[in-house]
Design a protein around this ligand. Structure first.
Ligand code: ADP
Ligand code: ZN
Ligand code: ZN
Length: 745
């Protein structure tokens, strides 16, 4: 027999591919297992993944140098059938390397402890007869250094078969060293068992009876047999989560499992509680701040379905739950579902693949779907469901727009308009709460000389520094470079350095001046870098200890505080002017999500939006509550421009510290794209400097390619890079590419 092997952690392209080996029959190897193979000119013993077994007849041209698999490392394959298919999908659909695809699917694996990769709970048993153990005990009885070994052996003599972690607890062992020594002496042995966890019954009392709109959505999803994917568009506060919870309950009762994806920042105690109070220990959550050990444990528990519901950010979509019948992607429009690291997968596409495999259902939910998903729904590819009303009899907030140019004309140069200021006074004096969005952290967004116009910029990124009040430093938000605030202008020596532009700290400062005794919190990357900082901040706000919360887009997602009746949105339009064809869509989504935090309880909510361009279509549609209108007109624009969802994108960027080299090489690369595009199947844009032309001391230029079909675009995009590398042999430049990028680089 022959087999295909992928070398573990292949670092370069030349070896990142399937290699053929002879597979001796007596090894009884199963596809998906890890094996030891001789590799390279020196036949170095290397770990490989067995991804395919082929019989002799299927191999046509056998190389006489073909090598042989030495050993099988896994008793049970580490990659199951679905995961093997997924490796193939990641490689073919995203152009991932095999190495990156495999490491995306597997938990962090301890190199020395291969067996724990598939087993779950570790037990210790006696491995010698009692006589031999007693002899050994006798030998070590006088030595203090062996005291722990003696404890373990005595304990096992009395109670054979102990869970390692419990044994360590009972005997107060802090390390594994004594256990390891005894294992080496073969006096004890280690066995891995899969332990079934007993869960508490589902807590049925906690389920709210669905209202008629929710019931209809629930019925449609449960009974639908001709669709796998649903787009659930429900206004903020319409009770989408309650619909999920009912569907999850059904799946759990059938013994199936579920994955729930949320944007990382929405993964707060509030969200998680709603799941754990009903499903208890069936729920596991993963997030980026867990230790590798903890992540592996959740993975292994999921693999044997000891947990049935996994909640987490995009990477959780790969959880190897065996009877997976439902995936829910909440806030499906969120940009974080597309990975920015290789493999640059989109969790929605992965979820679609998995639900095809398991014949399960995928629910994409949002108050403001992405245009891509909306388009799929209009085509009937996704089943389109809507929740038009808020769940708890709450109404949607009233929205008013303040023209900040008029404020200025009336002599108000402050950061808040008079209307917003007065509304805050009214709200807090009634004991209600306020949220204010400004999507820029820091205090002032640039500092400039009033005499000569000099702007302080980061030398590595060529972008203005942001002033941070707390440590009185200028910080570059792109590379984190910091400098002292210059007291005189480095260009002309003038003493008149002035701060311009507003960040969250400046609003906080303003609120402190006027409303300090109501309690003010600020939520942005500077205040919640640690997990529990975020928790404390949210808890204080939930309790009402703080009445005012100012923050960046972090405050827009998921939070359900029924006492918030006023939401202020500052510089609502700043997002509109970023060079990205999704600017209008992103602005629309951010504002709509944020205003959805207002009036979620019994009292009618209010939203005040401050802008310098009140005539903007996005704002007008938001004020009129005409969401379908916005989506339709945005789709028309995309169609005219040939942008997604009507086409696919392929982006390439070259970066290097040497600007000339970047420009020369991107021009050469562009020539390859032109050369292989004779039939003009694709539209080539560029080469141009990237949106951030310099980042962390590297210059960046890009090319954008637009067209379809996707597979040919991907092939063409990569083919030209390969040819360019092969013939030009460029030095010291970095090339990165992406298919269907979400962010315009
Ligand atoms: P969404 O996820 O759509 O923003 P949520 O699921 O957070 O909405 O629901 C908003 C609020 O309405 C929550 O406080 C929730 O407990 C409540 N709610 C949801 N469904 C119902 C229902 N059927 N009856 C009463 N309250 C409900
Ligand atoms: Zn100056
Ligand atoms: Zn910088």
């Amino acid at each position: 027999m022959f087999c295909s092997i992928i070398i573990n952690r292949a670092t370069n392209k030349a070896i990142d591919k399937p290699f053929t080996y002879i597979l001796p029959e007596h090894l009884n190897a199963l596809v998906g297992s890890r094996v030891m193979v001789p590799f390279g000119p020196l036949n170095k013993l290397t770990i490989g993944y067995l991804i395919n077994i082929v019989s002799d007849e299927q191999i046509t041209n056998i190389d006489f140098k073909i090598k042989t698999v030495i050993e099988v490392l896994d008793e049970e394959p580490i990659l199951n059938q679905e995961q093997l298919e997924m490796v193939k999908f990641l490689v073919e659909y995203y152009g991932s390397s095999y190495a990156a695809a495999i490491s995306t699917l597997l938990p962090p694996i301890d190199k020395h402890d291969i067996k724990t990769a598939v087993a779950t709970t570790e037990f210790l048993y006696k491995a010698a007869d009692d006589q031999a153990i007693l002899q050994y005990l006798n030998k070590i009885s006088h030595s203090k250094t062996f005291a722990n070994q003696a404890k373990i052996l005595n304990f096992l003599l009395q109670n054979d078969g102990q869970i390692v972690s419990e044994l360590k607890n009972t005997l107060e062992l802090n390390t594994n060293s004594s256990i390891n020594s005894l294992l080496k002496l073969k006096l004890i042995k280690r066995v891995f068992w899969q332990v079934r966890v007993q869960h508490m019954p589902i807590c049925y009392d906690k389920f709210l009876p669905l209202n008629s709109e929710q019931q209809q959505a629930y019925d449609q999803i449960s009974s639908c047999s001709d669709h796998n994917t649903f787009l659930l568009e429900g206004v903020t506060g319409s009770g989408k989560t309650e619909v999920f919870l009912h569907l999850i309950r059904d799946a759990v009762e059938r013994g199936e499992s579920v994955i729930v994806l949320v944007p990382e920042i929405a993964l707060t105690r509030q969200t998680v509680n709603r799941f754990t109070e009903r499903f208890g220990s069936r729920v596991a959550l993963t997030h980026s701040k867990l230790t590798p050990r903890k992540r592996r444990e959740i993975y292994l528990q999921a693999k044997i379905q000891n947990v049935q519901i996994v909640i987490g950010p995009r990477s959780a979509v790969f959880m190897p739950l065996p009877r997976l019948s439902l995936i829910i992607i909440d806030e499906e429009h969120d940009g974080s579902y597309k990975s920015d690291m290789v493999p640059k997968f989109n969790a929605i596409e992965i979820a679609i693949e998995r639900m095809k495999h398991h014949q399960g259902k995928l629910i994409l939910a949002s108050a403001t779907p992405s245009l891509e998903s909306y388009y799929q729904a209009t085509l009937g590819i996704y089943e389109y469901l809507k929740l038009n009303q808020r769940a708890k009899n709450a109404t949607m907030p009233t929205i008013s727009i303040v023209d900040m140019r008029e404020e200025l004309a009336a002599g108000n140069t402050k950061i808040l308009s008079r209307r917003l200021h007065n509304a805050i006074v009214d709200t807090v004096t009634q004991g209600k709460q306020v949220m204010i969005l400004l999507n820029r952290r820091g205090h002032s967004t640039f500092i400039s000389c009033r005499s000569c116009g000099y702007v302080a910029k980061c030398a590595y990124c060529d972008q203005p520094f942001t002033y941070h009040q707390k440590n009185k430093l200028l910080i570059c938000h792109h590379c984190l470079n910091q400098i002292q605030v210059p007291t005189t202008c480095p260009e002309c020596g003038s003493k008149y350095m002035q701060f311009f532009g507003n960040g969250t700290q400046k609003i906080e400062e303003y609120l402190m001046m006027h409303f300090s005794h109501y309690g003010i919190a600020r939520m942005d990357l500077d205040t919640v870098s640690k997990k529990n900082e975020l928790e404390t901040l949210l808890q204080d706000f939930e309790k009402g200890a703080t009445k005012l919360l100012v923050g960046t887009q972090m405050i827009s997602k998921g939070h359900d505080f029924s006492n918030v009746t006023l939401v202020g949105i500052i510089s609502a339009d700043s997002l509109l002017y970023i060079p990205d064809f999704r600017a209008a869509e992103k602005t629309y989504q951010l504002i709509t999500q944020t205003l959805g935090r207002s009036g979620r309880g019994a009292d009618q909510g209010k939203v005040i939006i401050q802008t310098h361009s009140p005539q903007n279509d996005v704002l007008i549609n938001i004020q009129n509550g005409s969401q379908p209108q916005f989506y339709k007109s945005e789709l028309i624009t995309r169609k005219i421009m040939g942008y997604p969802p009507y086409n696919h994108l392929f982006s390439v960027m070259i970066s290097s510290e040497d600007e000339q080299s970047v420009i020369q090489n991107i021009k050469k690369l562009f020539a390859y794209y032109t050369h292989y595009n004779k039939k003009k199947l694709f539209r080539l844009l560029g080469p141009t400097a990237a949106t951030m032309p310099k980042l962390a001391n590297k210059f960046r230029w890009k090319i954008m390619i637009i067209g379809q079909p996707r597979d040919i675009l991907l092939f063409y995009g990569r083919y030209c890079i390969d040819k360019f590398n092969e013939y030009e042999k460029p030095k010291k430049i970095n090339i990165i590419w992406d298919i269907d990028p979400r962010n315009m680089i």
